[in-house]
Design a protein around this ligand. Structure first.
Ligand SMILES: [Zn+2]
Length: 177
């Protein structure tokens, strides 16, 4: 009887220990699961005094607006909004909020276009440049991802406030994910 039980129990334990602990994917502060980013992306965004802490291989980006953590690693390292060089779109509001890191557009640029011309051409401009393979989102954007989805969302929100219908950026793969 004990042999039978023991064999069953051991198999179960082995299977569980082989699985990746799910907590590695979760932000240590807000517990949301962030997207994976390359070590290179983390190195490009942390302030110089934090470069020596970027020693791991596996990092994730936390996109939760209310969470101050930007990057966290499987090695336990974490980098907050105070540790990175630029404001993070998801965690910033107002005119200074960057919406496209490759070409430098901010939320203020969209507001100014709306106020001056009543129309927005910024998503089209970004779309045209990314189609020409002129973007570098995987490095320039702290999230390591293409900005177009978020640009469209932000522009649509601002246009709604002005009761305008914007021409949004055409969705396409500007970066290999
Ligand atoms: Zn978080």
């Amino acid at each position: 009887m004990s042999d039978y039980g023991g064999a069953e129990g051991q198999t179960g334990i082995t299977e569980i220990s082989r699985k990746h602990p799910p907590t590695n994917a979760q932000c240590p502060a807000c517990e949301d699961v962030g997207r994976k980013v390359e070590r290179q992306t983390v190195l490009h965004h942390v302030r110089p005094e934090h470069l020596s802490r970027v020693n791991g291989e596996a990092y994730r980006f936390c996109a939760t607006p209310s969470c101050t953590v930007v990057y966290y690693g499987e090695d336990g390292a974490r980098f907050t909004v105070a540790d990175v060089r630029e404001p993070v779109t998801e965690k910033t509001s107002g005119d200074a909020r960057p919406i496209c890191y490759c070409f430098g557009f901010s939320e203020g640029d969209v507001r100014r276009e709306l106020a001056c011309h009543g129309a927005i051409t910024i998503p089209q401009q970004i779309s045209r440049l990314t189609k020409a393979a002129m973007c570098a989102c995987e490095v320039r954007n702290p999230s390591g991802a293409c900005c177009l989805g978020l640009v469209n969302k932000i522009v649509k929100q601002l246009a709604d406030e002005h009761k305008t219908t914007p021409v949004l950026a055409e969705a396409h793969d500007c970066c290999a994910q």
